[in-house]
Design a protein around this ligand. Structure first.
Ligand code: EPZ
Length: 417
């Protein structure tokens, strides 16, 4: 087990470089098996979800070569075997092998995916879409078996703009016969990145990034190449850190347009923020205004930045209301924040945050990835020592977090216990 120890209340200054987006990389890696031959993914973040997906590629007999942040995947000798429970349970994104293997092999056996404990996380929208394309889906205990003689393009209407279902259905339809239109598709920036990768392999996809994506099936895909876009959630987390304890903290290598929902809120709160072409500079101010936040699908306020943002709301001058609309269980960090001195009352998927609170260090536990990131921000803001247990959750999605924060002046250490 890993534990993080933070000595808080230091002003942080300097540059933080943002890596490739976790939620794009975790789909790009499985997408590689749709191609015959070798594909290259650049700017892959150094996170444990990456390693878990590479292990699954190896189970499928793919050759994988990782050099720094460049991943080369050769699928020439792919063997379509069962993806066992131990490996599929390690992360949510293992379910992208459903769409990718169904697309290429028309047969998949895989166990139910894992991932953060932030809600029920059903996959009915994915399954309904696979069935609409002509697959049969059966379950044996926790195992799914998907098969099809052939997949035939069709119109698919998603009852919710699900990120995962949109991506999985792109995977299942790129090699199908005829035209598929995904209506009410998710519009997250990552989806365009993933479509661009498939297009580089020879796929025919238009409309990614809008709510209607059209895919015309092709017979075969060849090796492709893509650069993972910058991680807007990692960037957002560190931008909020700058508002908490920064002095000209510069968050670099980002696409500010992807962060507009956050930056417009920070401006409403009267933060000291400067938005440049590919970086954002932010400093702490004393009189932050409270605000109300409701998470929404892209381009609304991202659910994945909600937990880190709640830490900033504890420092605003007055009462803020926070409403989560995507996941039913994204308040796991609140008991820890309250233990550290915050004044947050949770009611269902909403919370009321009364600030400003003087946060003090304590021993707390990361219950999930973004909740854990929120505790890191709280620890860096608090006086005294904060000890965060179960740091593995955080390492799933934040690359080199200890080094990146130490470089701007944070006193932070990850220990094996
Ligand atoms: C992706 O999850 C991200 N994960 C999540 O980030 C992110 O919170 C989420 O999109 C929303 O932006 C990855 O990309 C690996 P959804 P995903 O399908 O695809 C319901 C993080 O912290 N739903 O858009 O699983 C679902 O229960 C993680 O980095 C169904 O009901 O999210 C939820 O309420 C956490 N049936 C809503 O839709 C389905 O078949 C959104 O889910 C699918 C989803």
């Amino acid at each position: 087990m890993k534990q993080m120890v933070i000595e808080g209340n230091n002003i942080l200054t300097g540059d933080i470089h943002i890596g490739g987006a976790k939620n794009s990389a975790v789909a790009l890696i499985p997408a590689s098996i749709l191609a015959n031959g070798t594909s290259t993914i650049k700017n892959v973040p150094n996170i444990s979800d990456r390693d878990a997906l590479i292990d699954i590629l190896k189970i499928l007999n793919c050759d994988v070569d990782l050099e720094e942040s460049t991943l080369k995947i050769d699928t020439t000798n792919l063997k379509n075997t069962l993806i066992d429970e131990e490996h599929s349970k390690k992360l949510r994104a293992s379910y992208y092998f459903m769409g990718a293997l169904l697309g290429r092999e028309k047969y998949v056996e895989i166990y139910i995916p894992g991932g953060c404990n932030i809600g029920a996380r059903p996959i009915d929208i994915h399954i309904d879409g696979f069935k609409a394309l002509g697959a049969t889906v059966t379950t044996e205990g926790n195992k799914y078996i998907l098969k099809a003689d052939k997949l035939i393009g069709t119109d698919i209407y998603l009852r919710f703009q699900s990120v995962g279902a949109t991506i999985n259905l792109m995977f299942a339809s790129v090699l199908a016969e005829g035209k598929t239109i995904i209506h009410n598709a998710a519009k997250e920036a990552e989806i365009e990145n993933i479509a661009d990768y498939l297009i580089s392999m020879g796929a025919n996809i238009t409309g990614a990034g809008t709510d209607e994506i059209t895919i015309v099936g092709v017979n075969k895909l060849h090796g492709g190449e893509i650069t993972v876009l910058p991680d807007r959630i990692e960037a957002g987390t560190y931008i909020i850190l700058g508002a908490l304890v920064g002095k000209n903290l510069c968050i670099k290598s980002i696409i500010p347009k992807h962060l507009e929902a956050l930056t417009s809120k920070l401006k409403d709160m009267a933060s000291d923020i400067t938005i440049n072409e590919d970086n954002i500079v932010i400093s702490k101010v004393d009189n932050l205004k409270p605000t109300n936040i409701k998470t929404l699908v892209y381009p609304g306020f991202p659910t994945d930045i909600g937990q880190p943002m709640s830490v900033l709301l504890t420092q605003a001058n007055g009462t803020s209301l926070f409403e989560e609309t995507i996941w039913e269980n994204r308040m796991g960090h609140v008991p820890s924040l309250n233990k550290m001195g915050a004044n947050i009352t949770v009611k269902g998927m909403s919370s009321m945050i009364i600030g400003p609170s003087k946060l003090h260090g304590d021993e707390v536990v990361a219950t999930d990835l973004r909740g854990g990131a929120a505790l890191v921000l709280a620890g860096l803001t608090a006086t005294g020592t904060t000890v965060i247990n179960d740091v593995e959750h955080i390492l799933r999605g934040y690359e080199n977090i200890e080094e990146k924060l130490a470089q701007v002046g944070a006193k932070i250490e990850i220990k094996e216990i």
